[in-house]
Design a protein around this ligand. Structure first.
Ligand code: G6P
Length: 370
């Protein structure tokens, strides 16, 4: 096992550090920047199905569901196809309206999650076109879907998903951009800008791992006795907040909630005092000014602010108690970059609390029962 961990203390840390490669592997042969094309067999062969879809329904559980939420933002922004994202467990039991014009995308690292599998079977029975985004080759979900794209993240051992999540975001980005190009809802200029930026993401992940690791490790020490955490973000980074909170809950057993920053005033603000750590994801692209006012509201209530901002940030950094800088990227790819310090934060808090990071209590890597 020590050899498999490749010198890292835990699989989770190894997998966090593998992300420049796993994202690169997921894009390999698909994103051809020099030729200006995205080549994905699964989509290529069924472009009309997607383009003519009345809507796309994404079903998933856990971290994969968070990736699905970001997928909704991506597909609606670039391909202008309406998207709904559902927990597989809810979808399967609520007699959902599904038609033959629907495309249903299941996202699953393991490809074995029972609820996701059952929801897909239901959609298939009703005649929808079903598509899979799985990490495990030849898994049950990969086998029953009409088509799909594998994430090539490699085996993920740590129960808390890290590299599979960012690989899912990579696939969803490719799909959204490809469909946008095909549908004519994305200009050529914007297409080139997006693929060039996506191609640069593995380098930026390398950079963010290098530049934030030690700092996040230090910050973590101050929060080992925290009892609650709030994670806030807006737009594309609202799901980042959900995922950040989930990571912390899963492995450190600290209660954490993710919220859209603007919704704070409808409840969570009542919880803020000097004992409440609040992680704010505030890259400069995307509602930055609005986030600044949220941060001011938190400060006025003495909350402890850990801000994830872009390099060179001034406004939020001046107010925050702790600042983690990440490289700038397009707003739509910022969840991929922002995920890294959030993964590291939950990892180190859990390690300092003496938790079993790779196999947290009560959780399973693959949930094959209801
Ligand atoms: C379990 C795992 C999570 C995962 C979820 C969905 O809860 O612990 O890490 O996100 O299942 O799994 P899937 O394999 O369908 O992505």
């Amino acid at each position: 096992e020590q050899i498999e961990k490749g010198g890292y203390e835990h699989f989770m840390l190894k997998e966090i550090f593998e992300q420049p490669k796993s994202i690169q592997d997921t894009m390999r042969g698909r994103l051809l920047v020099d030729e200006g094309i995205i080549k994905m067999a699964g989509i290529w062969d069924h472009l009309e199905k997607f383009s003519n879809a009345g809507r796309i329904i994404i079903i998933a559980c856990g971290t994969s569901w968070h990736a699905g939420l970001i997928g909704e933002y991506l597909i609606e922004e670039f391909a202008r196809i309406p998207v709904e994202v559902e927990y597989a467990s809810e979808f399967r039991y609520r007699n959902p309206i599904i038609t033959e014009k629907d495309v249903v995308i299941a996202i699953s690292q393991s490809g074995e999650t029972a609820d996701t599998m059952a929801a897909l079977k239901l959609a298939k029975e009703k005649g929808a076109f079903i598509y899979g985004i799985c990490n495990v080759v030849d898994s049950s979900i990969a086998r029953i879907t009409d088509a799909g794209s594998y994430t090539h993240a490699g085996p993920e051992i740590g129960v808390a998903s890290t590299k599979a999540f960012t690989a899912q975001l990579t696939i969803l980005s490719l799909i959204a951009i490809k469909l946008g190009k095909h549908n004519g809802t994305l200009s050529n200029v914007k297409f080139v800008e997006l693929i060039t930026e996506l191609d640069a993401i593995p380098k930026k992940i390398e950079e963010v791992l290098e530049s934030t690791h030690d700092k996040v490790k230090e910050i973590s020490k101050d929060f080992i006795n925290a009892q609650n955490f709030l994670y806030l973000g807006r737009g594309y980074n609202y799901p980042s907040a959900l995922e950040g909170a989930l990571k912390l809950k899963e492995i450190s057993y600290i209660h954490a909630e993710g919220y859209p920053a603007a919704e704070m005033k409808h409840g969570p603000i009542a919880l803020i005092d000097e004992n409440m750590p609040i992680v704010i994801i505030a890259p400069k692209r995307g509602h930055y000014d609005k986030i600044v006012s949220n941060v001011q509201e938190i400060k006025a209530r003495k909350g402890k602010i850990i801000a994830v901002v872009n390099k060179g940030d001034v406004q939020v950094s001046a107010i925050a108690d702790y600042v983690i800088e990440i490289p700038d990227t397009s707003e739509c790819f910022s969840p991929i970059v922002a995920a890294i310090p959030l993964q590291l934060l939950s990892y180190y808090i859990a390690v300092y609390r003496g938790a079993n990071v790779d196999q947290p209590r009560n959780l399973a890597k693959s949930v094959t029962v209801e």
